[in-house]
Design a protein around this ligand. Sequence first.
Ligand SMILES: [Zn+2]
Length: 566
Amino acid sequence: MNLPLVVLLSVTMLISCTRQYITRDKSETFHNVIVLVPDGCGFAHMTVAHWYKGAPLIQGSMEVSLVRTFSANSAITGSAAAATAFATGHKTWEDSDKAKCLSILPDTLLLPKAQQVSVGNQWRPAATVLEGARLAGKAVGLVATCYMSHATPAAFASHWHSRDDTGIIMEQMVYQGVDVVFGGGLSYLIESDSLIPGSGEKGARRDGEDLYKVLMSRGYEVIMTEDELLRLTSDAEKVWGMFADRHMVHDIDRRLFGPTQPSLAEMTRRAIEILGKDPDGFFLLVEASQVDWASHDNDLVGMVTDYLAFDNAVKVAVDFAKSQPEGRTLVLVFPDHDCGGLAMGDRGIDYYTFRPERMVDVIKRADLTAEGVARKMRTESGGIDTERIKEIIKRHCGISDLTSEELKSIEGTLRDTANGGLNEVIGPILSKRAGIGWTTFGHTGNDVPMFSYGLERSPKVIDNTQIARLCAEKLGFELDEVTDRLFVDARYLFDDAAVTFDTSGVHNSTGQLIVERDGKRAIFPFFKNIMIIENDTVSLEGLTVYSLKADKVFLPEQARRLFDAF
Ligand SMILES: [Zn+2]
């Protein structure tokens, strides 16, 4: 090979290497990224919310892209698979038989057909934008109105093949080192023999662990009311706000059922204040979790009022971004998937004469969501009769012309089901009068919009996995590199040692990895970020995750160096 060719080749290689890493140039990254998700909605929800608000939604001033949301196994995604996609950059599996993955790769992909999971990556944890941001030295936060082990926040801070195992998920969220966590789920921190602070009920944990105490020992302030949130001092750095035993209530229901719970906008404001003090910047996820639940109920009132509570939170984020120098804070707003199949318009209505007041007035006359009305009926002392049902519907839904079928349907559901069902009866009663239609009580596969503030050029039509990659790129890291750093197969990492797992208690969120070599013995408890060695506890930069489906333990590469050095 002659010299000029060698030089030419070297230059070409250099260019391709440079191009690969070009986005890590500081000038093209953002200091802060705020992601805001109105769970389970689409364009129609936004159109109705816009009419009700009587003014443009905050997102109206932002750039718009279009997002495809399908999961690894269905054209209609579940929330866990959707959140995994925009948290990790990977499609995953979610159905009621095989798995409901949270930031765990599937064994196979039905969609898109062209891609497959390599054997070594099957059921492997995939690093999230939050984990990458934390490793990059940024402060990280999660704000939601569900219990925090629920799909969207959980996908950013935990790894498990089944979204329903709240105990395992909550433990990971506690040991993940998230700086600010605001939402519901206090009962999942407390052990089943102990009382939940401020409540007469027992906790929901079955592993004998008091995660509330763990948080205190790890330097967190744990708060439980809006007052405490407002009273946080300016030196607060690590805070867990648990404002409900399980999920928080819908925004409009707070007055009656959650008077000490803060609004989503207030939680967002406080989270930004705390995280914004980190000189390295921050990543924050905010989720209006219950736009989805109202849509599952086909409940117009709950959907619109929670969407507008979300709109207020978007305003907080965008105002913060605008207060910063240009190019410093990126704000992305997008639903995880559509829900309910809502349309502004319905069979049998005359679209020529459809005035917005028709919808707006129905919503204005109500002062509780369908869930709130159902709760009111079910908690009536001394039972409930026809007259009282009519009274509650009139008072809280503003409806005094209930048909006999509607009344029968409410009475029948109250009588025949202990808990569920009533929301889905009351929701449609309101929607019908507003002239809007729903096609399903489930999700839909419709594309959803993404709104952005701060990008020089907004993407056009993208896949939901590209959102995670965009966030990572704009924060200055590459997600698959973070996965390789945080999730190494223990048998591979400690290939010269005896490696055993104790998985007997894994369903109660216990279990551990044991590594032994030359008389040295280390224990890595599952779902925590610690190594216990010679009576010492050493912190790891990430979690030890047992993947039940792969029967493998994954942990940070760093664990090997710490073990060797000890
Ligand atoms: Zn969802």
